[in-house]
Design a protein around this ligand. Structure first.
Ligand SMILES: Nc1nc2c(ncn2[C@@H]2O[C@H](COP(=O)(O)OP(=O)(O)OP(=O)(O)O)[C@@H](O)[C@H]2O)c(=O)[nH]1
Ligand SMILES: [Mg+2]
Length: 419
C-alpha cells in the first residue's frame, strides 16, 4: 500500500505519511495521543490505554501545570470578606475638562492661503447621580469620581469628541446633601441629578475668522470641569432596626430570621457596620431588617461607637429592641436604650416597635422573662437566636409592623419604601 501511495502525486505539505494516516483512520488517534502527558499519572495511564504503550507527546493536562499562586500574597481575612451595608458616603466629583481648540491652516497644492481650519475641542463629560431600584446600598460608590475629558480639536475643521457622562448609581431614597443642606432626594427609579457640569471645549482658530482678521492664529484651551463635594445618605436604611446593647444577640437574631451572615462572637462590638438582611414572606413581600452596632450608655455623647450608628437607627421605620436575658436586670437595658435614642432625637424611641427577649434557651431565662413582663405593659416576644426557638412569632409580628407601615401609620416622611 505504501508503494501505491508514494506513487501518488501529492502537494509538498501532504506527505505520504499523513496520507497513510488518513487512509487508515489514524489521524484522530494521533490527536488524542497529543493530549496525554507522560509526567502525569492520570494522563499517562490514559495515554497508554489510548496509544497502546506509545510515547505521549504534548503536556496540556492541568494536573501537570505549575502552581503559579504568589506565595507572598496573604489570604483575605474574614473581616474583609464580610460585606456590610453602607448608607452614607462622601464623594468628590470632578467633571471632565473641555478639549483645547486647534490652530491650523488649510494647505493644499496650488492653494497656498487656504484659510484657518482648526476645529473646536469637545466638551468635558458631566457626572450624573442616578437612582436605580436594583442598587441596595452605597457600598459601590467610591470616594472620588473624575469625568471624561473632551478631546482636542484637529486640523481640517475636525471637532474633538465630547467626554461621555459618568453615572453614579445609587439606591432609591438617596438624599444628596452639600454642606449639610439637602440638594435633591432621589426617590423615583431612573431619576437623575446632574451633579457637576463638564467644562466647555476650547475654540479652534477657524472660530475666530472674521472680515477684519482673515488669518487668526489664536485658539482657546478648554475650560476645567466643575468640582463639588457631596454627601450621599440613604433616607431609609431598612424597615426594621435591631437595637440593643453589645452582645445581646442582634447579629445572631438576624442570622436566624434572614439569609444575612453578620459576624457573631462572644465579645462586645463584634458588629462595627450595619448589615441588612431580608425576611421573605410567602406572598413575596420582603422586609429589610438591619443589624446595628451595639449601643452603650452615653452613646449620644459619642461614647462607644458613638453617634454614627444612632444615625442608622434614625433611618429605620420601626425598631426591634433586643434584650439580653443573661444579664441580671434586662428591663434596665430597655430604659437605657430608650434614653439614648431620645437624647439623640426626641421621640425616636417611640417609633413602632417590638420588644424581644433573647437567649430564652438559658436556664434562668424563664424566671427573668416573667419579671420583665411585669415591668412592661407592652408585649414581649421571647426568642432564642441560638436555637431558633419562637422566631416565627417574631417574623409574624414583624409583618404586622410592616403592614401598618405600608398603610401609612408611622411612615413619617414620604412614601413607604418597598425593598
Ligand atoms: N445561649 C444563647 N446565646 C446567644 C443567643 N444569641 C446570641 N448568643 C450569643 O451571644 C454572643 C453575642 O452574640 P452576637 O449575635 O454577636 O451579639 P450582638 O448583639 O450582635 O453583639 P455586637 O455585635 O457586639 O453588638 C455570642 O456568643 C452568641 O453565641 C441565644 O439565643 N442563646
Ligand atoms: Mg453583632
Amino acid at each position: 500500500m505504501l508503494a501505491t501511495l508514494s506513487r501518488f502525486k501529492s502537494p509538498r505539505w501532504l506527505s505520504p505519511d499523513i496520507l497513510l494516516g488518513y487512509v487508515l483512520g489514524q489521524e484522530v488517534r494521533r490527536k488524542e495521543v497529543s493530549l496525554f502527558s507522560p509526567s502525569c499519572p492520570v494522563s499517562a495511564a490514559w495515554g497508554r490505554r489510548a496509544t497502546g504503550g506509545t510515547r505521549a507527546i504534548s503536556t496540556s493536562c492541568t494536573l501537570c501545570a505549575k502552581v503559579r499562586g504568589n506565595p507572598k500574597k496573604r489570604e483575605l481575612s474574614e473581616k474583609k470578606l464580610t460585606r456590610h451595608f453602607v448608607d452614607h458616603r462622601r464623594v468628590k466629583l470632578e467633571a471632565g475638562s473641555g478639549g483645547k481648540g486647534a490652530s491650523s491652516f488649510h494647505s493644499e497644492p496650488r492653494k497656498e492661503w487656504g484659510g484657518p481650519d482648526g476645529g473646536n475641542g469637545g466638551d468635558g463629560g458631566s457626572i450624573i447621580i442616578k437612582a436605580d431600584k436594583f442598587v441596595k446600598s452605597l457600598a459601590q460608590v467610591v470616594p472620588v469620581y473624575k469625568g471624561e475629558d473632551g478631546q482636542s480639536g484637529g486640523s481640517k475643521n475636525c471637532y474633538g469628541r465630547n467626554g461621555s457622562p459618568t453615572y453614579i448609581s445609587v439606591p432609591l431614597g438617596t438624599v444628596v446633601k452639600e454642606q449639610g443642606q439637602t440638594v435633591v432626594d432621589l426617590s423615583e427609579h431612573g431619576q437623575e441629578y446632574l451633579a457637576v457640569f463638564g467644562g466647555a471645549g476650547g475654540k479652534g482658530n477657524r472660530f475666530f475668522l472674521s472680515n477684519e482678521n482673515r488669518a487668526p492664529m489664536s485658539a482657546t484651551p478648554g475650560m476645567t470641569g466643575q468640582e463639588r463635594v457631596l454627601q450621599l445618605e440613604l433616607r431609609t436604611m431598612a424597615h426594621a432596626g435591631l437595637v440593643g446593647f453589645p452582645n445581646a444577640g442582634k447579629s445572631s437574631l438576624l442570622r436566624a430570621i434572614s439569609n444575612a451572615r453578620p459576624a457573631v462572637a462572644a465579645y462586645p462590638f463584634t458588629t462595627l457596620n450595619p448589615h441588612v438582611g431580608i425576611v421573605n414572606y410567602r406572598d413575596h413581600e420582603q422586609v429589610a431588617v438591619a443589624d446595628i452596632p451595639g449601643i452603650i450608655r452615653g452613646a449620644h455623647l459619642n461614647r462607644g461607637l458613638g453617634i454614627s450608628f444612632l444615625r442608622h437607627i434614625e433611618r429605620c421605620r420601626f425598631l426591634l429592641y433586643v434584650l439580653d436575658l443573661s444579664t441580671p436586670e434586662p428591663w434596665t437595658q430597655l430604659e437605657h436604650l430608650r434614653y439614648e435614642l431620645d437624647q439623640y432625637e426626641p421621640g425616636l424611641s417611640q417609633r413602632p416597635q417590638a420588644i424581644i427577649a433573647n437567649k430564652m434557651d438559658l436556664p434562668e431565662a424563664r424566671e427573668k422573662l416573667e419579671t420583665l413582663q411585669s415591668h412592661l405593659s407592652q408585649r414581649v416576644i421571647p426568642v432564642s437566636a441560638l436555637t431558633g426557638q419562637n422566631t416565627e412569632e417574631l417574623i409574624l409580628h414583624l409583618r404586622e409592623l410592616y403592614d401598618g407601615y405600608l398603610n401609612g401609620e408611622g411612615s413619617g416622611e414620604g412614601k413607604p419604601t418597598r425593598w
